[in-house]
Design a protein around this ligand. Structure first.
Ligand SMILES: [Zn+2]
Ligand SMILES: [Zn+2]
Length: 210
């Protein structure tokens, strides 16, 4: 994650503090209150001096510091990373829902109606093949924006679905085959091909997955 710098101006204990430097990321520790944040030392020292002069307490200083960092992440209410992740979290949720819908839709197909699966690499399987072509565990992006952002810092979300794998009827497979020069059949499930391709049993590659 990259380092983000901010200038914050505020009043505390009767004094104005202009463009105090705050940093997010970098060398700051990743645990506890104010995790990932750093604040410039001259401003800290002046705040403590102002507090001592006016009778403001350590709690007042602490609340002021928390308010400073909260003001920067208003959109998410968490941190700059969460602010930046709002759009990608929404996209991830959308991808997740689409993946689940596709999976549910395919689950409603029967081996009789849609006996074939063509994997992303163009290999033909029966839908009951033990290599489970096109089927992956769909990972939820996270129940909240925070969970999504903090768990996946620096990673891109991938629903984990092979979206290019297709479940096909015999007719659809026959039509698909007319557009292929090379026919690749899975060696594990050895699908019987429809129509004019029924005699194609030679090819058969040695790898199980595709
Ligand atoms: Zn956050
Ligand atoms: Zn197979």
């Amino acid at each position: 994650m990259s380092v983000m710098g901010y200038n914050v101006s505020f009043a505390f204990a009767g004094e104005d503090f202009e463009k105090v430097v705050l940093e997010y990321g970098g060398f700051a520790p990743s645990e506890g209150d104010g995790a990932y944040w750093m604040v410039e030392l001259p401003a800290m020292l002046r705040m403590l001096q102002a507090a001592a002069r006016t009778g403001a307490t350590a709690t007042d200083v602490r609340l002021m510091l928390l308010k400073m960092i909260a003001g920067i992440s208003e959109r998410s209410g968490c941190c700059p990373d969460c602010d930046e992740s709002i759009d990608s979290y929404e996209r991830a949720l959308r991808e997740y829902r689409e993946a689940v819908e596709k999976q549910q839709h395919e689950a409603s197909m029967t081996p009789e109606s849609h006996p074939y699966v063509v994997s992303s690499s163009g290999k033909i399987h029966t839908c009951t093949c033990q290599s489970k072509p096109g089927q992956r565990t769909i990972e939820h992006p996270g129940a909240t924006l925070q969970e999504f952002t903090h768990r996946s810092r620096g990673h891109f979300y991938d629903a984990g679905v092979d979206s290019s794998a297709k479940r096909l009827t015999a007719n659809e497979l026959a039509a698909w085959l007319t557009r292929r020069e090379v026919v690749k059949r899975c060696k594990l499930c050895e699908p019987a091909l429809p129509g004019a391709y029924a005699s194609e049993a030679s090819d058969v590659e040695s790898t199980a997955r595709g």
